[in-house]
Design a protein around this ligand. Structure first.
Ligand code: PLP
Length: 376
């Protein structure tokens, strides 16, 4: 099997699995319990949060642990009374919620980058929250969050001068970023940042929302008051211990990963034939979007699977519902180009040999498909 869909899911790394294990079996205590072994678990849980937070230049007390990035994105918007701006290419867990708040979409340029002019023009005194992901999950485009952060600071100063009381916050979903980017909340200028363990070789269903100490959110769940009252429910100790290990490993491998995936991308594209690249720049090197106009990419996914190569047509959740990619449409692809596009995402399960082999198999399958279509 050659798995080329790491943007959808990464396997839990062995070291993460080993770090979590004892917290399922022996150290199973509820961190809120009064006896010593539970207090020890509580301390280790807090330390794991510190490790995750430090990786993004924050403190453990700034993090709200959630059951994945979807919940973190929902929580980021809980409490706003309206005035949400979101990038049109956001994941549904931002888009759908923003729509519920009557949010307005910000355009992207054909490169997939945010249209800063459109953003500037849409910010009003009513704007409370701007949500732009650091890395897009379908095309791997890296957004200029620090530039948006600087703009938000300007708006804040201007409101202060004019006596406009409404707050303006910047949220970024960094679910796909930690394997290749050095993420730092101060450098980015974000008030809220979403993290996702499942995309960094950690467990699924574990995520976090960084919340700057100046921000007040409304909890989505109420109960025992865990996570500073923002996310009640008994702590997922094994998940968070694993998440911390995964984040540490991602940090450790950052430079190696950058080199490795840049090389993978080069050999992959050198070997491939007859494709177009709708997205070429400002993207993570572990992402490739291939467009085979006139061919049905859904069929390619199925034919490639028969040959042991696993790829995607877009976000896994959209693909399973047969929904046309809103991301590829936003960057200006025609319906036929969207229908012919594949998303490839490299990861730790891959070797250079596999990448070359996969490219050869894709060439072969596409060639056969083109012939079949020509004779229809
Ligand atoms: N945001 C982005 C950018 C993602 O890629 C994903 C997962 O695909 C999510 C949010 C949702 O994450 P989860 O399904 O773990 O809640």
């Amino acid at each position: 099997m050659i798995y080329l869909d790491h943007a959808a899911a990464t396997p839990v790394s062995k070291k993460v699995f080993e770090a979590s294990g004892p917290y399922f079996l022996e150290e199973f205590f509820n961190p809120s319990s009064p006896y010593l072994p539970a207090k020890k678990v509580s301390k280790e849980y807090e330390e794991a949060k510190n490790v995750i937070a430090r990786a993004i230049g924050a403190k453990g007390s700034d993090l709200v642990i959630t059951a994945g990035a979807t919940e973190a994105n929902n929580l980021a918007m809980a409490g706003v009374s309206g005035g949400v701006l979101y990038l049109t290419t956001e994941h549904d867990s931002v888009r759908r919620v923003a729509e519920q708040y009557g949010g307005e979409a910000i355009k992207v340029l054909p490169s997939g980058l945010i249209d800063m002019e459109d953003l500037r023009g849409k910010i009003t005194d009513e704007t409370e929250l701007i949500s732009v992901s650091l890395v897009n999950n379908e095309i791997g485009v890296i957004q200029p969050i620090a530039e948006i952060g600087a703009l938000v600071r300007e708006v804040r100063m201007d409101r202060l001068r004019r006596g406009v009381k409404r707050q303006i916050l910047l949220h970024s979903d960094a679910s796909q970023a930690l394997n290749l980017l050095d993420v730092n909340v101060a450098r980015l200028g974000v008030d809220l940042l979403t993290l996702n363990a499942a995309k960094v070789y950690g467990p699924k269903g574990v995520g976090a929302l960084y919340v700057s100490h100046e921000v007040r959110l409304n909890p989505l769940t109420v109960g025992g008051g865990q996570e500073n009252g923002l996310r009640s429910g008994t702590e997922n100790v094994p998940g968070v211990i694993g998440f911390a290990k995964a984040v540490s490993l991602a940090k450790e491998h950052l430079n190696g990963n950058r080199k490795k995936y840049a090389e993978f991308k080069k050999v992959f594209l050198d070997e491939l034939q007859g494709y177009e690249l709708p997205v070429k720049k400002h993207m993570l090197d572990n992402f490739v979007v291939l467009c085979y106009n006139g061919i049905d990419a859904e069929r390619l996914v199925f034919l490639l699977e028969e040959k042991g190569v696993y790829v995607a047509t877009g976000a896994a959740c959209a693909a399973s519902k047969g929904v046309r990619s809103h991301v590829l449409a936003a960057i200006g692809l025609t319906d036929s180009e969207i229908a012919g596009s594949l998303r490839i995402s490299f990861g730790e399960t891959n070797t250079k040999e596999q990448i070359i082999e996969a490219a050869r198999i894709i060439n072969e399958v596409v060639r056969a498909e083109r012939e079949r279509v020509a004779h229809e």
